[in-house]
Structures are given as structure tokens and as C-alpha cells.
Design a protein around this ligand. Structure first.
Ligand SMILES: C[S@@+](CC[C@H](N)C(=O)[O-])C[C@H]1O[C@@H](n2cnc3c(N)ncnc32)[C@H](O)[C@@H]1O
Length: 352
């Protein structure tokens, strides 16, 4: 039983702009499932992907209805979360706000009292910005750099939504940095971090891990950071020297399929097996299964798989991989992580 919603509680739609359409698809899923990535008190769960339901092209918006948080509460929560790596813009529309056809919204803007402060305009689609600017620039003081107010106009389906809010409600992605490469850890390590967070995988310091396809080494290095006592980093390619030099790291410079003897000699018994090898999904599954004897019962597997093709769903391919895994693993989950590419999916499972 949630708390009752009083008449006095202001509600709004939060609209998030992502880098491309499939990121909007994934972000909407995270919100609906209430995942920690988008955890904010008062944020609704009623999230929909807006835009052509294509793989990449589209408005790339996520609309979250009935939110009771304030814009700054939402922005602060996102800034504290890995979601901020993917957010381009955010729009807020009070539920009783201005909306209607394009003509109605434009008429409304024309008739509005001229604001006393400088205004920054943000729109979706972007080309709408020019029209709004042409309409207002004679009377309003528009300034994209120094502004006290934000005017948002966004098309959702056939309806145009409009709001005017204090400038601090504006989120601007830092300059010259595409959302997916913004500061912080590399995209590769974000996959592992996100999977562990999403699946609530908690590791006891002193754990032992196997990292298949470990080079250049960001996953291995992250596992050491998480408290690994030992990481068996298997890859014929070189590890970065900073990683190779870590006392916890044992580099086996061989393909996975030729590393069984080494692992046996060293008496490897791991608590976790991660794999980011760039090979076809079934091959990756077969190689991981061959190393299963070196994972303890109940030990977790986190595996990146790259599926060819352009579809959003890969039902046949997932079944093919499942057949390779057989009953040697349990609790199989597939995730399309924010940090995955269009073709990648993340398999999480445990040794049966
Ligand atoms: C995407 S990179 C891994 C990046 C790594 N997770 C990181 O964070 O630095 C893929 C790696 O898989 C390795 N690889 C491909 N086939 C392999 C195999 N059969 N056995 C071991 N490594 C393999 C490649 O050499 C390559 O370094």
C-alpha cells in the first residue's frame, strides 16, 4: 500500500533525452522495473519509450508520468547515479501545464506575458527550437548561456508540451563529450559495474575470479578494486602494464581453450567467472562451459555476448546459447545494459 495521493501534491511528467532510440528503450525498462540506476524518491514507474521504435533513430525520449519529485530532486538523484552517463537532456512538464497541438502551443507562447529574465529554449525535436526562437526573439530576451529561465517545448506523439521553469531545472550535458564517453571509467568497465549493481552481486573481499578475454584489463583491474585476492586474467593479448603489475593478477597469455592446464596446475577454484571475449555467442558459451570446473558451485557468471543482426530481440540466438549452457548453470538472466552496444547482451547466471 503506497501513500495516498492528495489533491495538493503537484505531479509532473519527467522526459529524458537519451543519445539514441535503443538507449531510451533500455532506460524506460530500468524505470519500470525500479532499478537502482534510476532510483529517485517520488519518481513514477509509468515509463514509456517515445519515438519510432527503431534500433537507433528516433526521438530517443523516455516519458515518466505522475512524478511527485521536484526537478532538482530528480537531477540530483541522476547526478549521483550511473544514469547520468547516458542522459543528454531532461524536460519537466507539470501535469496541469500547457499542452495541445503545435498551433495551440505556439499561440499560447505568443500571448504569454513577456518574462522579466533571460530565457534559454530547449526543444525536441531540435529543429523545433528555431521556430520557437523565431516566434519569441523580438520580444523575449533569449540567451543560451546566461539565463534564469528555461522554456521547454517537446513533441510527444501528436501533442506538444510546454513548460517554463527556473534555469536550475535545466540539465546540460558537459560540452564536447558524447554521453557514452563522458569522463569516469571506460565503457568496457561500465558493463561489469552495471551488471553487478543490477543483479545485486555482492563479493566478499578475498574472492577469486577468472576473467576471460581480459585484455587490456579494465575488468580485471575493477575486480582487484572490488577486493579480489586473485584474478586469473586469460587473454593471448597484452594487459596494460598497470594491470599486469598488480600482485593479485595472474596473466595467462593464451586463448581460453588452451588455458585449462595452467588453471589446473595453479589449483584455481574461483568464486566468479567474467567474460568479455569478442567471439560468437555460442563459442563464448562453449569456452566458458569448458572452464566451469574451475568455478565453485553457486559461483556467478557474467558474460558479454555479441549477437549479429539488427533486431532488438534475439529469441532464437538466446535459445541457442541456452542449449549450450544446458543444466550446468542456473538462474539465467539476460540483460541489455545501458553500457552494452546495440548488439551486446549480458548473460548473468550461477553454476548449478
Ligand atoms: C573487448 S576485449 C575485452 C576488454 C576487457 N574486458 C577490458 O575491460 O579491458 C576482448 C578480448 O577478448 C580476447 N579474446 C578473443 N578470443 C579469445 C579467446 N578465445 N580466449 C581468450 N581471449 C580471447 C581478445 O584478445 C580481446 O583482448
Amino acid at each position: 500500500g503506497g501513500r495516498g495521493v492528495g489533491m495538493d501534491e503537484a505531479r509532473m511528467d519527467v522526459v529524458i533525452q537519451l543519445g539514441h532510440q535503443s538507449l531510451a528503450h533500455r532506460m524506460a525498462m530500468h524505470v519500470r522495473e525500479g532499478n537502482s540506476m534510476v532510483d529517485c524518491k517520488g519518481l513514477g514507474r509509468d515509463a514509456s519509450e517515445e519515438g519510432a521504435l527503431s534500433r537507433k533513430r528516433g526521438a530517443a525520449l523516455v516519458r515518466i508520468r505522475g512524478c511527485t519529485c521536484t526537478p532538482t530532486e530528480f537531477l540530483d538523484a541522476m547526478r549521483a547515479s550511473r544514469a547520468i552517463n547516458y542522459i543528454i537532456r531532461v524536460y519537466f512538464f507539470p501535469e496541469e501545464g500547457i499542452q495541445g497541438s503545435k498551433i495551440e502551443v505556439m499561440d499560447h507562447l505568443r500571448a504569454m506575458q513577456v518574462p522579466l529574465d533571460k530565457v534559454r529554449i530547449q526543444t525536441s525535436p531540435p529543429e523545433l527550437g528555431k521556430e520557437v526562437q523565431d516566434l519569441l526573439e523580438e520580444k523575449w530576451e533569449l540567451d543560451p548561456r546566461e539565463y534564469r529561465l528555461t522554456l521547454s517545448v517537446v513533441r510527444l506523439g501528436d501533442t506538444y508540451h510546454c513548460s517554463m521553469l527556473p534555469g536550475k531545472c535545466m540539465y546540460r550535458q558537459p560540452h564536447n563529450e558524447p554521453a557514452s564517453t563522458k569522463g569516469g571509467p571506460s565503457r568496457a568497465v561500465r558493463k561489469l559495474q552495471e551488471a553487478m549493481e543490477l543483479c545485486n552481486i555482492k563479493l566478499t573481499p578475498g574472492f577469486i575470479a577468472i576473467d576471460l578475454g581480459a585484455a587490456p584489463g579494465s575488468w580485471t583491474s575493477y575486480l582487484v578494486q572490488c577486493g579480489a585476492k586473485q584474478v586469473f586474467a586469460i587473454d593471448p593479448a597484452q594487459l596494460n602494464s598497470g594491470v599486469a603489475d598488480m600482485p593479485q593478477v595472474v596473466h595467462i597469455p593464451k586463448p581460453a581453450q588452451n588455458s585449462l592446464t595452467e588453471l589446473a596446475i595453479m589449483g584455481c577454484s574461483a568464486d566468479l567467472l567474467v567474460c568479455d571475449m569478442n567471439e560468437p555467442p555460442k563459442t563464448v558459451a562453449r569456452r566458458a562451459m569448458a572452464l566451469l570446473p574451475f568455478l565453485s558451485k553457486g559461483g556467478k557468471l557474467i558474460v558479454t555476448m555479441k549477437f549479429p543482426g539488427t533486431g532488438r530481440e534475439h529469441p532464437g540466438a538466446l535459445e541457442g546459447v541456452k542449449a549450450v549452457l544446458g543444466n550446468q548453470v542456473k538462474d539465467v538472466e539476460w540483460h541489455w545494459l545501458m553500457a552494452n552496444t546495440l548488439c551486446e547482451r549480458c548473460l548473468v547466471a550461477a553454476k548449478a
